[in-house]
Design a protein around this ligand. Structure first.
Ligand SMILES: NC(=O)c1ccc[n+]([C@@H]2O[C@H](COP(=O)([O-])OP(=O)(O)OC[C@H]3O[C@@H](n4cnc5c(N)ncnc54)[C@H](O)[C@@H]3O)[C@@H](O)[C@H]2O)c1
Length: 476
């Protein structure tokens, strides 16, 4: 007799069941059961298909100048005001609407001053959210709360976080909303990499997030480069599989020479990845006390005595899940050593100015996790290590600012890898569904966000943790 299967599993795997769920009636029933098929997300270096609507409050020009620098054409917004409404057949007022679908709304609120200004945001968002295409985008640009001296705009800027998170939750069809906080002197050149990342499919699984782009000197050609890593060497730990392999491939696509690092036991898989992208492999257990020195020596040996690393991506990580009641010192130490202590040691060695170490103007990227941000049953060791990465980013970014080195992290939610394939089916399905995009992310979604953070054009992005979680309900 065949084993009894979970109904969720049947829907997830059977073509017939998927077809039923895709019919209008099936969709409505499935939506009520919470099992409607997840929207397919636009990915890669692709802009929205429909027009990009640019709406600016008062005399805000930062978004307009940024889009012009990127060569992205824009159209004017439809704004819902009492005067713009018509009377429908039922006698009820009908809001103004776009003629067809729109690809994105970029909303510049940098001139926000008083509570009444927010009416403009509502008036622009109402028609836009109805018209947004699948995988469309809302990008809100506003000044960072702490960049204001006056009380009212400072408070309002924080309020936009609630607006953005709500828009992200209400949008459907894989569309996302994110909020970019800027400083008064952030230039279009410094903002360009962020706006382009958010409009493109590269940010597919980044939703409901807000982070800061500070003022930084970025040249026009750096701001608009499509292969920003050309001529730069980047080290990626844990590159043999999963997210690390995707990071290596994505950085190579964008021009990087990749040094892929993984344990000797994964040597074959590592070789396959680096050969494909013309990088070099370094078989190394990163918990060795001299791991940082060995990475620098590899760079000097392979690329010459003048060579320096442009960036290091600390991706290698492990889990040893146990409830605290069962957690012994071995499982505790293993996770803290790989996920945290090794990183601290490698950074120290790579930052001491040695041959093959990190160059000034370079970048460090770590990987946190929603488990670290929210805590997670059975992961006391892992959550501690991943929350510490948030601490590392915040502490190191100001210390390295004078050397022009950015320090950031991504916070992946549920990403489909071998690590998460080990989670029992039902729990996995629940994780996959517990976010605004109703699906797990792909390794490439994390990789694209890391490539954006370490991009030389993102010099104004430092000390930030960008969650790649589809607006996961965990840790909100
Ligand atoms: N998959 C997810 O949903 C998820 C969510 C949040 C965070 N993360 C984090 O993303 C990173 C990558 O996760 P993944 O799912 O791709 O994991 P994975 O287990 O598929 O890959 C991790 C890689 O790191 C390597 N590695 C482990 N210990 C090492 C060591 N001591 N020295 C060198 N290499 C070592 C492994 O050999 C492996 O190739 C990890 O830091 C993980 O904690 C993953």
């Amino acid at each position: 007799m065949p084993a009894k299967r979970d109904p969720l599993e049947v829907i997830a795997t059977s073509p017939l069941a998927r077809a039923v769920v895709s019919s209008p009636l099936g969709r409505s029933v499935a939506a009520k059961l919470g099992v409607s098929p997840a929207p397919e997300l636009r990915r890669g270096r692709t802009l929205p298909a429909g027009p990009v609507v640019l709406a600016a409050l008062h005399d805000g020009t930062l978004a307009a100048r940024t889009l012009a620098l990127l060569g992205i054409d824009t159209v004017a917004p439809v704004v819902d005001t009492p005067d713009a409404r018509t009377v429908g057949e039922s006698g009820r007022p009908v809001p103004p609407a776009y003629e067809g679908r729109i690809g994105a709304l970029v909303l510049d609120l940098t001139a926000l001053r008083v509570v009444e200004d927010l009416e403009y945001a509502r008036g622009v968002l109402r028609p836009a959210v109805r018209a947004l295409e699948r995988s469309g985008r809302v990008v809100v640009v506003a000044r960072a709360p702490e960049s204001y001296d006056e009380l009212e705009p400072r408070v309002l800027a924080q309020g936009l976080d609630g607006l953005n998170r709500t828009v992200a939750k209400e949008l459907r069809g894989g569309a996302t909303s994110n909020l970019v906080w800027v400083d008064p002197d952030t230039t279009p050149q410094a903002l360009a990499s962020t706006v382009r990342f958010l409009l493109e499919g590269r940010s597919a699984y980044v939703d409901g997030q807000s982070w800061r782009v500070a003022a930084a000197a970025v040249d026009d050609d750096v701001a608009t480069a499509v292969r920003p890593y050309e001529g730069r060497i980047v080290a990626v730990t844990g590159a043999a599989r999963g997210i690390g392999a995707a990071i290596a491939r994505t950085l190579a696509r964008d021009g990087a020479t990749v040094v892929g690092i993984d344990v000797p036991a994964s040597g074959e898989a590592l070789a396959t990845v680096v050969n494909e992208i013309h990088g070099t492999a370094l078989q190394l257990d990163i918990t060795l006390p001299d791991a940082g020195e060995r990475i620098a020596a590899h760079v000097a040996e392979r690329y010459g005595q003048e060579a320096r690393l442009y960036a290091v991506v600390h991706n290698a990580g492990i889990t040893r899940d146990r409830m605290l009641a069962n957690l012994e010192e071995k499982g505790w130490a293993a996770v803290l050593q790989v996920n945290l202590a090794a990183q601290l040691r490698m950074n120290e060695a790579l930052l001491d100015g040695r041959v093959g170490g990190l160059v000034d103007g370079g970048s460090i990227v770590g990987i946190s996790s929603t488990s670290g941000i929210a805590g997670n049953k059975g992961q006391a060791n892992y959550a501690t290590s991943k929350a510490a990465i948030v601490g590392l980013v915040r502490a190191m970014a100001p210390r390295l600012a004078s050397r022009g080195i950015t320090v950031n992290a991504v916070g992946p939610g549920f990403i489909e890898t071998e690590m998460t394939a080990a989670i029992p089916y039902l729990q996995r399905t629940i994780f996959q569904r517990s976010n605004s995009l109703s699906q797990g992310g792909k390794p490439v979604d994390v990789a694209e966000t890391i490539a954006y953070l370490a991009d030389p054009a993102s010099a104004g992005v430092t000390g930030q943790v960008v969650r790649v979680c589809g607006q996961s309900l965990v840790g909100q």
